[in-house]
Design a protein. Structure first.
Lengths: 296, 413
């Protein structure tokens, strides 16, 4: 090909190359933006993306989201911050199949896991209790994570605030059908399993006494503790005697006047038996006429 | 009813690049009518298509990043073929080796997460490689940065770049700032002794950004800038060739036949190309010394024009933004720092050499990533891309795990 013809073709191709270059940049940009939007939609649909659970302060009930790895400390660059501790207290990394690896940032530390001081590193799992200076924390991990079962480690701690150690056979207590109280209100809305052991009944002291066969033992029997001082042992009061409303002892039967006055106070109207009631039917109310416009 | 088929941007991008490469090589073939040129016209687009489409199916790779990198590599082979066909064939072989390195680093990043013994091994290997040119090295273009083994010359500092990224990411993810600074200081000291100031500048910039990303401390950033200024002043007063390059940068025309010849010829070629270029095969940029390595961007501006040159620049910017996006998506500090360092390294290297070509900053002898001729350079650039691809694939895996977790809890539809 002669140089003149090639020069003509090559100069014509300049615009073609520029056009293709612009198309390539535009398409790359469009592809990147599409991918960015798709990722944004995915993240929006997965609000817990990048998290493995949360860490809960047992004293305040406050929780902080737990990324897959991070640093706990008081510095603002830390992923999880607590005031009053070192700027970098410890690091943690979630490792598949082993749990959350805890690595203290300093050799001298006061970090303990499930009540035991940790050395260079330790592994926590769902329900593990982490103690930092001034803080008692609990790991709550999402269900579905590949972590070892540490039911024994996650057993309740009687000394821990809000936990009550019942005496007696746990199976009896579990079969009592008592409702479990919300230990950490507001945390059950995220679809996460409870931090407390699932098979352990937890209840407030004496509010829901366990259903166990009654065995009276005069030696070990103790009176329940009430806000007011419990009445002392007393003899059965005769019904004709003046009724003391403060007396709530089960054997104290109130006089009939007390029922009448209580009924009057509560505006209670005893109804007649059904067969003695007169048939009463309320007059039918005329139906309001609706305009067609209203129907439309 | 008309069946509307939605066009994917990926397909159109690949089609546009294949069209570009085919037409460019056919145009070169019309000039010299060599059979090799027509083979290249069929082979390069085909290899581009296969690597861009097939690799993401077989390996965990980010398709968009792979398409951009393959496009830049193909542009490099095209420009090299225009200037020196032998170098283009060598670059094609380097590309094949680089793709192998990229795949290796994809799996390396996926498998080697926070392995302390591995990092100790990498530190030892990088230290040995860095010291190698001081003992066995040969001097090229004023820098004693090359080592020749069995006839093959390579630049150890290019390979150490990759190791440096992994080591610094590991140390900084563990908040071992002093250890990271000590390692960086060692590398910079060796590079200063080798008089390889361009590479030292890249190392310094990347480590500074990584330290800032890891600590978010403006104090370290300020100290870093102060250190850079002090290093610049010391380098200017100590090294004569630094003084010369600064003088050329300020006014290249003072010695346009001597030390300023490269820059002057580069500026003439860029101006000669104008907006639309002189036309492929019609340029005169071959008069620039080191036109296939340091001044390859000047050739692109000369023959394809400034608009196309801006398109190439935009591709680097998009690659950088993609890398930053991968770094931000990562849930792991190590991976995040690794991706951040990788993307900053490529972008900084491209900025330094493009800025040097257009006389925006003093010229330093570094290569334009993916485009310039050089086996070690292409190998390290593609390895860094492998690191980025590995982090991107880990991000995808984490998102998939999060999705499975959400499905297990019934919270995702």
């Amino acid at each position: 090909m002669s140089s003149g013809v090639f020069e003509l073709i090559s100069q014509g191709f300049r615009y073609w190359f520029v056009l293709l270059g612009l198309i390539i940049v535009w398409r790359t940009l469009k592809w990147a933006l599409q991918d960015h939007r798709a990722y944004g939609r995915m993240i929006k649909a997965l609000p817990d993306a990048g998290l493995i659970g949360e860490i809960v302060s047992l004293s305040t009930g406050e929780s902080q989201p737990l990324p897959r790895e991070g640093v706990i400390g008081s510095s603002k660059s830390c992923d999880i911050r607590f005031s009053g501790i070192r700027s970098r207290e410890m690091e943690y990394v979630f490792i598949e199949g082993r749990g959350v690896e805890i690595i203290p940032a300093h050799r001298q530390h006061e970090i303990s896991l499930n009540g035991e001081e940790i050395g260079a590193k330790a592994f926590a799992s769902h329900g593990s209790r982490l103690n930092l200076p001034g803080y008692s924390l609990r790991f709550r991990l999402f269900s579905g994570l590949n972590v070892p079962d540490i039911t024994q480690e996650a057993a309740y701690q009687p000394a821990e605030a809000g936990w009550y150690a019942p005496e007696g056979d746990l199976n009896d207590l579990m079969n009592a059908g008592m409702p479990l109280p919300d230990q950490l209100p507001g945390l059950h809305d995220y679809g996460m399993p409870s931090a407390e052991p699932q098979q352990t009944p937890v209840y407030r002291r004496y509010e829901n006494p366990p259903a166990r066969p009654y065995q009276y033992d005069a030696d070990s029997f103790q009176q329940p503790v009430y806000d007011k001082a419990a009445p002392g042992p007393q003899t059965l009061q005769p019904a004709q005697q003046a009724w003391n409303p403060d007396m709530t002892w089960q054997y104290a039967v109130p006089p009939p006047e007390a029922f009448a006055s209580a009924a009057a106070e509560s505006q209670y109207q005893p109804s007649l038996p059904l067969w003695e009631q007169e048939y009463h039917q309320e007059p039918e109310q005329p139906r309001k006429r609706r305009s067609k416009r209203h129907e439309k | 009813m008309k069946n509307k088929r939605r066009r994917s941007p990926a397909r159109l991008l690949v089609a546009a690049i294949v069209l570009f490469l085919s037409s460019a090589f056919i145009l070169l073939g019309l000039k010299d009518l060599k059979p090799l040129t027509f083979i290249m016209a069929a082979g390069v687009p085909m290899v581009f298509y296969l690597t861009t489409v097939l690799i993401p199916r077989l390996f965990p790779a980010d398709r968009l990043m792979l398409a951009v990198v393959n496009f830049l590599c193909a542009i490099g082979i095209l420009v090299l073929y225009r200037m020196n066909p032998q170098q283009a064939l060598g670059q094609a072989l380097n590309y094949a080796a680089g793709m192998g390195a990229m795949l290796f680093f994809i799996y390396f990043v996926r498998l080697a997460q926070r392995r302390k013994p591995l990092v100790v091994l990498l530190i030892s290997a990088s230290a040995a490689l860095m010291v190698l040119p001081l003992i066995f090295g040969t001097e090229r273009n004023g820098a004693r940065a090359w080592v020749t083994v069995m006839g093959f010359g390579f630049q150890p500092s290019e390979l150490v770049k990759v190791l440096m990224l992994i080591i610094e990411a590991y140390l900084l993810s563990r908040r071992k700032i002093i250890a990271a600074a000590a390692y960086a200081g060692f590398c910079l000291l060796i590079l200063m002794l080798q008089k390889d100031l361009g590479t030292a500048l890249i190392y310094y910039g990347v480590i500074l950004v990584m330290v800032w990303a890891a600590t978010r401390s403006y104090l370290y950033l300020g100290l870093g800038f102060a250190g850079a200024a002090a290093g610049g002043i010391v380098g200017y007063s100590m090294f004569s060739h630094v003084k010369r390059r600064v003088a050329i940068w300020i006014n290249p025309w003072t010695d346009y036949e001597g030390s300023g010849y490269q820059i002057v010829q580069s500026l003439i070629a860029i101006v000669n190309g104008g907006l639309w270029g002189t036309g492929l095969g019609l340029g005169n940029a071959y008069v620039i010394p080191a036109n296939t390595t340091d001044f390859v961007y000047a050739i692109i501006l000369n023959e394809f024009g400034m608009i196309f040159g801006i398109c190439i620049l935009a591709m680097y910017i998009l690659l950088f933004l993609r890398g930053i996006s991968i770094a931000l998506r990562s849930g792991s500090r190590f991976n995040s720092l690794l991706a951040m360092g990788s993307s900053v390294l490529i972008a900084l290297q491209a900025f330094i050499i493009i800025g040097g070509n257009i006389n925006m900053i003093p010229l330093t002898g570094v290569t334009l990533p993916f485009i310039s001729y050089g086996g070690t350079s292409l190998l390290s650039s593609l390895s860094i891309m492998g690191i980025l691809q590995g982090v991107a694939s880990l991000n995808d895996r984490e998102v998939e795990e999060d999705r499975e977790l959400a499905l297990a809890q019934g919270g995702y539809q």
